[in-house]
Design a binder for this molecule. Structure first.
Ligand code: AHR
Length: 524
């Protein structure tokens, strides 16, 4: 009703805004905080938000591949999991990073090509000690990304592989033929090269990828990267291992940019949001408000991580040629009780959705340097989009965030000035609001805005400067409980709904955000 009264004082307002208000009034709480102000500058566009920010990660880990993307076909063989592929296509997965992760540096790609019955079996010592039958290899990964309409990112084995092995894989993927590896590819059923441009030269080479120090890895990197040759128009996009975000690892980026920067196209930063400690991370679903605010506080560190990396990269690469890639990010909780500890299966609640939203907002806002990111991981592992159980699947609140944000892909960033307000709990204070905005080629503006405060709604008075917009529509992701999540019994417990709390009048947008809510507004 408040919104209606506010608008009655105005001379005219759009029919769409009016119908939205009638359709679904926003929940307004008794303890609403004072209004916040936000400016969206429509006439000073920023860089393009690279669609590769909306990327994914599929490691040979737990049921990410086997039982996730790749399932038994009932006739003794394996096939792509079509319902998983169909669900993911709806969120426009820009890319998929494979085969790891730590697994990349133990993976020998020739184990995964040729007739499936003849492929060797190995033990996945990294993740659960299970048998890996190699039925999902290079051809199957390419089948997956083709079905998803995604771009492949292949990560080569530096830690336990050789330069020749990596260079052969590159040739197998991309040489038009004739060549030894192109001939082998053709013999295995694929004559045409796949033209895979994104190639990782190892993963976490400071840890599971070989425990190297920065100077040593910089040399190793240059040696391996030298043998990723250009074939015709196909130029390799070489991704170097970046640091894990921490004070101690700032030197890593400095050394890589100084010693190998001229041969690096993308530097792969990793950062996980862990609420507790690495030993006791905390439950994914059974938590209190103290864990809610800590999760979001630690999630917000992604913004500092990007700024710290960008500051170093700017010194060596002021033209911003080298992409900062956030190649692994997301919440990492204790595993789901009763599951294999090596499989990293966890649920995803509204809290995970908030961390996904603030991370994607941060990547958007830093679109001048961050050009690619991969949430860890896509199916059944860590902060997944999809959880499977036999033939069934559910999508998580995090999936919905990717769907609500998909309009940012390849749109142009619109700078936003936001009075974020504050949300306090105990000794901890964090910003209450978090947002980003973009405009696409058709002039449609997308504003994604989150209110982290689980108690107070927030009114945001938005000034849309330097342009003319006349219609607004929106969707909201929220739930009664901070711990709300989807289950196989209740798969739509957390799902987007139409949002009726936005009204537009000339260049003035008023958004009434309920507590603990994420809203995606489209304006035209
Ligand atoms: O995503 C799980 C693991 O986390 C990856 O294998 C590794 O790169 C990171 O440490």
């Amino acid at each position: 009703m408040e919104i209606l009264q506010f608008n009655r004082m105005r001379v005219a307002f759009s029919a769409v805004a009016f119908s939205m208000m009638l359709a679904a009034p926003a929940a307004v709480t008794a303890q609403d905080a004072p209004a916040s102000h936000m400016v969206v500058n429509l006439d000073t566009p920023g860089p393009v938000i690279n669609r590769h920010i909306y990327g994914h990660f599929a490691e040979h880990l737990g049921h990410g591949i086997y039982g996730g993307f790749w399932v038994e076909d009932g006739a003794g063989g394996w096939r792509l999991n079509k319902p998983v592929v169909e669900a993911l296509r709806k969120i426009k997965p820009a890319n998929v990073r494979w085969p790891g992760g730590c697994f990349a540096d133990v993976y020998h790609w020739k184990d995964g090509v040729g007739p499936r019955a003849e492929r060797p079996t190995i033990v996945n010592t990294l993740w659960g000690g299970v048998t890996e039958n190699n039925s999902f290899g290079t051809h199957e990964f390419m089948e997956l990304v083709t079905a998803l309409d995604s771009e492949p990112i292949v990560v080569g084995n530096v830690g336990s592989g050789t330069v020749k092995e990596m260079s052969d894989w590159w040739e197998y993927l991309n040489h038009p033929g004739p060549s030894p590896m192109a001939d082998l590819r053709a013999k295995n059923g694929r004559a045409e090269p796949w033209n895979v441009r994104f190639f990782g030269v190892g993963n976490e080479s400071w840890g599971c990828g070989g425990n190297m120090d920065a100077e040593y890895y910089a040399d190793v990197y240059k040696r391996f990267a030298t043998y990723l040759h250009r074939y015709g128009d196909l130029q390799p996009f070489r991704v170097a291992t970046g640091p894990y975000h921490s004070e101690e690892m700032m030197k890593w980026t400095e050394v890589m940019m100084r010693d190998a920067g001229h041969m690096i196209d993308g530097l792969d930063l990793h950062y996980y949001t862990v609420v507790g400690t690495w030993q006791e991370k905390g439950s994914a679903v059974d938590f209190e408000e103290a864990d809610w605010i800590q999760g979001i506080r630690k999630g917000l560190v992604i913004d500092e991580a990007i700024k710290a990396q960008a500051a170093i990269m700017d010194r060596y690469d002021p033209e911003k040629r080298v992409w900062l890639i956030v190649g692994e990010w997301g919440m990492w909780h204790d595993v789901e009780p009763g599951t294999n500890p090596g499989f990293l299966r966890q649920q995803s609640t509204l809290r995970d959705a908030m961390v996904a939203a603030l991370s994607l907002n941060a990547f958007n806002r830093h679109a001048d340097r961050v050009k690619m990111a991969n949430i860890a991981q896509t199916v059944n592992v860590l902060q997944a989009m999809i959880l499977t159980q036999g033939d069934e699947l559910i999508v998580t609140p995090t999936y919905h965030v990717f769907e609500m944000f998909k309009g940012h892909q390849d749109a142009t960033l619109l700078p936003v000035v936001l009075d974020e307000g504050a949300y306090n709990y105990g000794e901890t204070t964090i910003p209450a609001l978090n947002a980003s905005a973009s405009i696409n080629d058709e002039g449609r503006v997308l504003v994604t805005i989150a209110n982290f405060d689980p108690h107070s709604g927030r009114t945001v008075e938005v000034s849309l400067r330097g342009g003319t917009l006349s219609q607004v529509s929106g969707r909201i992701l929220t739930a009664d409980a901070m711990t709300a999540h989807n289950t196989f019994d209740d798969p739509d417990n957390v799902a987007p709904a139409p949002f009726g709390g936005a009204s537009l009048m000339d260049d003035h947008l008023v958004v009434k955000l309920p507590p603990k809510a994420l809203v995606a507004l489209e304006l035209e």
